[in-house]
Ligand binder design. Sequence first.
Ligand code: SF4
Length: 658
Amino acid sequence: MGEKKIRFACPLDCFDGCAMIATVKNEKITKIEGDKDHPLTGGFVCQKGKKHLERMYHPDRILNPKKKYRGKWIDISYEDAIDEIANRLTDIKDKYGSEAVLHFYDSGYGGLSKTVDKMFFNYYGGATTHTGSLCWGAGIAAQKIDFGSNQSHAPEDFLNSKTIIIWGRNPADTNIHLMKYLNEAKKRGAFIYLIDPIRTNTAKIASEYIQIKPATDGALALGIANYLINEKLIDRDFIEGHVKGFEEYKRYAQDFTLDYVEEITGIDKERIKKLAQNYVGNKPSSIIIGYGLQRYKNGGNNIRCIDALGALTGNIGISGGGVNYSNKLIGEYIDGEVKKSDALVRNRRSYSKTRFAEFLMNANNPSVKCLFITKANPLVQVPNIGKTIEAIKKVDFKVVIDMFMTDTAKYADLVLPTTSILEEEEFLYSSMYSPYLNYSNRVAEPLNNIMGEYEFFRVLAKKMKIDDYPDIEREEFFKRALRPLMETFNVSYEYLKEDYFTINNRDIPWKDKKFNTPSGKYELYSEAAEKQGMSPIPVHIPSNVREKGYNLRLITPHFKNSLHSQHYAFEEGIPTAYINNNTFKENNLESDKLVRIKSKYGELEVKLEVSEDIGDGVVMIYEGWWHKNGSVNFLTPDYISDMGEQAAYYECFCRLSQ
Ligand code: SF4
């Protein structure tokens, strides 16, 4: 048989949404590469994307349902696994109610077909599910308050910016297809700032790198704002026409003098002044925000303070402007069976995702009898893993669906295998940056007849006699989900499968200066925020107080070669802690020895690397490492940020010893 080239797409929870091509020979996939025809990703994929093939054929992949029997895993048939799950779920619902099941899910795989997990539990009657977010919730909530929804400029529009501030994002490692626009913008004369507590790889393309003390981003933005207001450099027309609450904000911001802000942020006041002057003097200016600076107790307000700069200077609704955090575009036009099933749940019980362990330990009436985990590896990714392990052990029946025996799967009673993207037909989109919808062909039949979630939950629903559950083929499921998009933009299903769809005329958010807020204006003052118990205006909440005995702040960003824990699966060795020379000396360490890092919640052994890329008093370790290596979330607290119920991972203080 000849060689075939089949198009598919990356399902990882990433900004970029790459399209890829698989080469298939004799029913076996021999190669995968980027699809050069994709308008945004153009054939270039990262190391994580290249791993899809290796992961699919990896010898450690789970190929059969597994049951823990007397402490050991045994393979069982799908029939037995489905029987057991059906019986347990029916029994639990009859005795305790459907909310005695907690369905924990996340974004480990972004395809539409696997969203049926939520639908199944809605038809079941409504399991306990989370509110809040481990990842980006504070920023999402903040921009909803300010703008009314979450939108970004089209990637090409960055070419129209004369000043670009990359604030806490590291596109060189985690949003690689933004780099070509940044490089091109720079070639055309744009001045690019990078503001980050870590001198990341992105600093290499920045015109100027500004190192900021962690958790002080809001104070810097307030200092810039106050300077611009005092110097009369703000855009009066924009403020008078389109901004609510300027006077209240101005009164608050006036305390943030350059001297005061220099003290808080550690940035020389002359540099702050110059940054402010450039941002307003060399317009249009855009800001590109990352997800680290909202992982503090003051995370939502950090984003609100930065958003305010766009509004004060009229850099909103214009080409080359904007404050870009996320890009909820395609998802706004997805509907269908999953959304419809939400209406079936009358009294849903919820818990805050960051406080997962706390909830499991204290839930009553009913307590959690079954934990069902899909597309997630909470025992690596949630904060305070030690406490979470103890909490999970208390649950009678735990089911995990995954491709590999993850740290979470190890604690389950039943583990079901699942399909990789190469074995599924899918539609995918990102809500972070890429404005494209990608179609992904089923490149190969699933190994060992593994059932993907679409088939599995359909069979389970039948077994449990959930008669209303949509017993429809996948194509019909996709068509129903995509109907609003097809109708609104007058495109056919076939077109969506064959071409790369994006929404035109959304290049510049808020072009018409009509915001989705209650007032219809950009809201510097938000009554909605006030009603929810938050400050109505963006504020700086000091968050740099060390806990006694723990003198260093731990920052745990994403590593470029792993999407959270997924690509650390087969990694040997232990993590590296990065500190600068001052921290190294002050803590009396020796460079050739391993170091113990300890917080109030746990401790790890790590390697040590001294790097001037790190600020004073800060330790950096990449997140995602598995338990066998040393997971950073053994150290992190389960604090929640000021908005969006965001996990405030970076409120983690620690000490180093040898
Ligand atoms: S992880 Fe992101 S950049 Fe890498 S291949 Fe997937 S979509 Fe592309």
